[in-house]
Each structure stands twice: as C-alpha cells, then as structure tokens.
Design a protein around this ligand. Structure first.
Ligand code: 13P
Length: 336
C-alpha cells in the first residue's frame, strides 16, 4: 500500500467523512453576513475552532479542508489549527486553487486558476501540517454547456494540480462539480457528469497520477434546482452509482460527495441511499461544506459564545452524515 493510499484511506474509512471548512474569506463573509455576524478574522477563527473542538471530530471526521487564512491561525487556547485537527485523529487539508475565473473564449463558463507557484505553496502547506489538498473545477450545465473547452481545460488543470500535489507527498481531492443550478433533468446531469469525470481521468492518467492516492469529490446525480421534477433518493443513488461505475477507474479508493446546495437532510438521505445500494468497491462518503455547517452556523450566530449548543448541533449533523456513509441513517434517528 502506498503512503498516499494510506492517507486517503485514513480520511474516508469506517464511515468517516470530510468537513469542507475551506470557504474563502469572500464566501465566508457572505455566510456570516447572512446570519448577522461581522466577518472578522477573529470571528471566522472562533466559529471554526468551535467546530474543530467538537466531540464528533474523533468519531466522524477523517479530514478537514482549510482555507489559507485558517491554516495559519492559532486557537484561543494556543494550539495551531492543524495541531487541533490532528489531535482528534483527523487529517488537516488545504484548498490550493485560487478560484474560478471566466474562461477566455467561453466567458459564460469558468476555469479554475492557481497552478502558478503551486509547487512552492504546497511545500509551505506540508510544513504547516497539511496532508491532503483540494482543487475545485466548476461546470455550468445546460444542453450546450459545459463546452468541450471547459471540460478539457478544467480536466487538464485538475491533472496538473494532482501531479504536483502527489509530488509533494499529499493526497489531492479531485473535485469536478457540475452545478445544480438550472431547470435541467437528472438525465442531462448524468450525461454531462459522466463526460466531465471521464475527461478528468483521461488527463489524470496522462499526467501519471497515482489513482490509488486520490479522492474523487463529485456531485450526485440530481434534477436541477429549478426543475419542477425531483427524483427520489432511491433514484439519485441508482443514477449516481451508475455514473461512477462507468466513469471512475477501480484503482480509486474512495468518493467523497459535495453537498452542492442540497439541504442537510437531503444530503444525508441521498448519501445513505447510495451506501445501501453501493455495489462497487469504492468507499462512498461525504465532503460537505454547507450540509455540515449550516445549522451549527445558525445556532452560533445567535450567541457566538455558546460553544455547547453550537457543538451539539454540529455533532448531530456529523453523526447523521457518518450514519449515512454506513447506510445506517434514518429519518427517525434524524429527528431524535
Ligand atoms: P458544499 O458541500 O457546500 O457544496 O461544499 C463542498 C465544497 O467543498 C465545495 O467546493
């Protein structure tokens, strides 16, 4: 077993999943402003250290993805953030892309940037304690999108990123996200997501990336969020598994889904269904941002010193996601 494969398995085995707490300062400011909290570096740290000190970190969370500001911060009790995460047994990770910009010659679409100087930044993050990384490619969906250009150029960037990350002895999370936005059908989502993922693996293989040392972070197969239809959890799981079976090489150890705008309960219910029906060798777990933090943020915003209520809320969410990653979630446990 390679070292990279060991790290990947440590993050996603036994029902553990990933807490995506890597919102950029811009995104975090939107989230905090929406709940009436001032977005200062101190408040961003306070919310995050509250989550990272929670009980569920030991049982449920195998890895935490951080943003550059957070990985450099020191907690109120004097530990570095990577030390706090490692002390619960979870692996610290870092978002290393620098964001999605307009794609030249197809400006309605995006290309993710951040390759310039990446080798040097990776060295610094490794020294700070990171052992895995994230890069998100984002794809607009409609009959004509994503274009071949967007599919190719984001796959190319994801592969160059992955090769550099493995060279730095860290595990790359490869995140091609076909957005939920639109009135498209799940059939279209299935077709486009398969095309996107297949191209990513074509490029990863071309760049000699060790597939046993990556984690794939895709979207689930869903109807668009403006569609009048809504497929059942059972169908989400069948279509999602069909897509991944057909497009992901079997060397990949695991798949950690993004929540992408699903509610907390939907994200748990769909992951649960996927695991109940999982007839592949892939570990299927979560790498959620909003679907792990939304309720906790709302509780915290009412009193930012109420650590206990915030942590109780986060513990419950993480527990539900971990049950879902084992196919043992239920509505009854959700509402207990
Ligand atoms: P969501 O689960 O909120 O989609 O965030 C996951 C993520 O890391 C997106 O890049």
């Amino acid at each position: 077993m390679s070292e990279l494969n060991k790290i990947a398995l440590k993050i996603i085995s036994n029902g553990k999943g990933i807490l995506a707490a890597d919102e950029s300062n811009g995104t975090m400011t939107k989230r905090l402003t929406a709940v009436g909290v001032n977005s200062s570096p101190e408040n961003r740290l306070k919310f995050r250290e509250t989550l990272f000190s929670s009980e569920c970190m030991k049982e449920c969370i195998g890895g935490v993805i951080l943003y550059d500001e957070t990985i450099n911060q020191i907690t109120s009790f004097g530990k570095t953030i990577p030390d706090l995460i490692s002390s619960s047994g979870a692996v610290p990770g870092i978002k290393v892309d620098t964001g999605a910009k307009d794609l030249a010659s197809s400006p309605e679409e995006k290309i993710t940037e951040g390759l310039d100087g990446l080798r040097e930044r990776l060295k610094k993050y490794y020294e700070l304690g990171a052992r895995f990384t994230k890069w998100r490619g984002v794809y607009k969906i409609s009959e004509k999108f994503p274009s071949k250009l967007a599919i190719y150029s984001n796959a190319h960037a994801l592969a160059r990123y992955s090769a550099l990350v493995q060279e730095s002895k860290m595990v790359p999370i490869v995140e091609p996200e076909v957005l939920m936005d639109g009135d498209h059908s799940f059939e279209l989502c299935l077709k486009k997501t398969s095309e996107v993922i297949k191209k990513c693996f074509e490029e990863l293989i071309l760049h000699n990336v060790d597939l046993s040392g990556i984690i794939l972070k895709p979207n689930m197969i869903l109807d668009g969020n403006k569609s009048k239809d809504k497929i059942s959890s059972e169908e989400v799981s069948q279509k999602t598994i069909e897509c991944l079976k057909d497009s992901v090489p079997s060397d990949v150890p695991g798949i950690a889904f993004l929540s992408g705008g699903q509610s907390e309960v939907e994200a748990a219910e769909n992951l649960n269904s996927i695991n109940k029906n999982n007839n592949t060798n892939f570990i299927m777990t979560y790498s959620y941002g909003r679907a792990l933090q939304q309720s906790a943020l709302s509780v915290w915003s009412k009193n930012i010193n109420d650590t206990l209520s915030t942590q109780n809320t986060f513990n419950h969410r993480a527990k539900m996601c971990t049950l879902a990653a084992k196919g043992k979630w239920s509505n009854k446990l959700e509402n207990k």
